[in-house]
Design a protein around this ligand. Structure first.
Ligand code: GDP
Ligand code: IMO
Ligand code: MG
Length: 435
């Protein structure tokens, strides 16, 4: 393996613009690999005015000839996968032949969605606000050692291990979910019917990546969700059920740590989150509403309005440390165009304590008061600018201050959703990756 590989991870609560960055960097790589999550992700890419939203398939698929892999750490809903393949085909892109799914990847089945719905309803006010895709229950089955993996699907014997596992899981679902019972035979039948279409995609992904690395092929690791949604390091329990931080790469693809190379963190120039859980810099009222509208902050997967807030350097420092970031990509700077003032949270106050790190307890985080610096906004638009020196001086100062308070270098500034609305800073890590 070479160390010329790069990982792209979200530093906030997801939706930072990872899809756009993956699409932008893909030309310098041969393989793009997803290592965790599932079709809860929504990665939006605009190419020449055409919009693509990828959920399960790596965003690199939009580039002809690039191999895309879905690692064992991803949970795969066959129906969602087929829908995505069909959608790409309608757009003239053929994924089959260059899309590979780990034989160790777990499957999401209809009972996972039912169990999730029941669990969310039971939580009442404390519901997580999940994407309702069955992600959590599928990972629960995996850790509970009753999950079903791609490699198990060739088992046509109804009394074989696959049939027995489905039967036990559907019985458990019928005990916990009110309403109509599910018939395990029909679940099994549907899965068997899906197998011929899945089989040509299934591969030994760890081997594929190792072989690729030996041949000098560069790998781009595509993170989903964000650091604050990481099962261990996020705002637990208001998180997703996998490790979106770089720690998930080795386990989720079967690659050694030295395969990771460098790490790019993606941060919005402000913050957003979808679903429940603490969000210290959240903005309510008319101002929050206006920011949501100008940023078009509606979920790419569920269409839900995203909560919005100021940039939180405590969160991004947390992400920088956990992921060992080499550089930051700052997205959606243009959304702040025209604001008279911009606030930036540098630390929290919690009772009489000053906190520079994210507290582990979600209750404590909820009681933290963000401490802000206020900076002047800019009146000349940044939208669509492609040279750093063309940015208004106030925007450059805002970026410089973000760099100071996060301890990171901003290598890429994104000024619009299109691939080309991007500033790659000369001499930065990103310029080197693309050279
Ligand atoms: P991801 O989940 O991290 O890939 O991000 P999403 O695709 O869910 O959300 C990011 C949204 O912001 C998408 O609609 C992008 O098209 C859009 N976007 C990305 N970068 C920029 C930018 O610099 N400016 C603007 N205005 N939109 C952007
Ligand atoms: P991308 O990759 C934003 C959130 C959900 C919910 C929590 C748990 O597009 O950044 P889950 O269905 O995963 O069990 O939901 O995580 N969530 C995301 N929020 N972007 C995502 O992915 C997300 N994936 C999950 O809204 O709060
Ligand atoms: Mg998204």
């Amino acid at each position: 393996m070479t160390t010329r590989n790069v990982a792209i991870v979200g530093t906030q609560w997801g939706d930072e613009g990872k899809g756009k960055l993956v699409d932008l960097l893909t030309p310098a790589f041969s393989i793009v690999a997803r290592y965790q999550g599932g079709h809860n992700a929504g990665h939006t890419v605009f190419v020449n005015g055409r919009k693509f939203v990828l959920h399960l398939i790596p965003s690199g698929i939009l580039h002809a000839g690039v191999t895309c892999v879905i690692g064992n750490g991803v949970v795969v809903d066959p129906e969602a996968l087929f829908a995505e393949i069909d959608e790409l085909r309608r757009e003239g892109i053929e994924p089959v032949g260059r899309l590979f799914i780990s034989e160790r990847a777990h499957v999401i089945l209809p009972y996972h969605r039912d169990v999730e719905q029941a669990a969310e309803a039971a939580r009442g006010d404390r519901r997580i606000g999940t994407t309702a895709r069955g992600i959590g229950p599928s990972y629960e089955d995996k850790s509970g050692r009753r999950g079903i993996r791609m490699a198990d699907l060739a088992d046509a014997d109804p009394d074989g291990p696959l049939g027995q596992t489905i039967r036990a899981n559907v019985c458990a679902r019928n005990r916990t979910v009110d309403g109509e019972e599910l018939d395990w035979r029909s679940v099994r039948q549907d899965l068997l019917a899906a197998w011929p279409r899945l089989e040509p995609l299934v591969a030994d992904v760890s081997r594929l990546l190792d072989d690729g690395g030996r041949k000098g092929r560069r790998i781009l690791f595509e993170g989903a969700q964000g650091t604050m949604l990481d099962l261990d390091h996020g705002t637990y329990p208001f998180v997703s059920s996998s490790n979106g931080t770089v720690g998930g790469i080795c386990a989720g693809l079967g690659v050694p740590p030295r395969a990771i190379g460098e790490v790019l963190g993606v941060s919005k120039a402000y913050s957003t989150r979808v679903g429940g859980g603490p969000f210290p810099t959240e903005l309510g009222g008319a101002f929050g509403e206006a920011l949501r509208e100008s940023g078009d902050e509606y979920g790419a997967s569920t269409g839900r309005p995203r909560r919005v807030g100021w940039f939180d350097a405590v969160v991004v420092r947390h992400a920088a440390r956990l992921n060992g970031l080499d550089a930051l990509a700052l997205t959606k700077l243009d959304v702040l165009d025209g604001l008279a003032e911009i606030k930036l949270c540098t630390h929290y106050r919690c009772g009489d304590q000053v906190l520079n790190d994210v507290p582990a307890s979600v209750g404590r985080l909820a009681s933290c008061k963000p401490q802000y610096e206020t900076m002047p906004g800019w009146s000349r638009p940044t939208a669509g600018l492609r040279r750093f020196d063309d940015l208004p001086v106030e925007a450059r100062r805002y970026i410089a201050r973000l760099e100071e308070v996060t301890g990171q270098t901003v290598a890429i500034v994104s000024t619009g959703s299109d691939r080309n609305d991007t500033i790659i800073r000369p001499g930065s890590a990103a310029a080197r990756w693309l050279a």
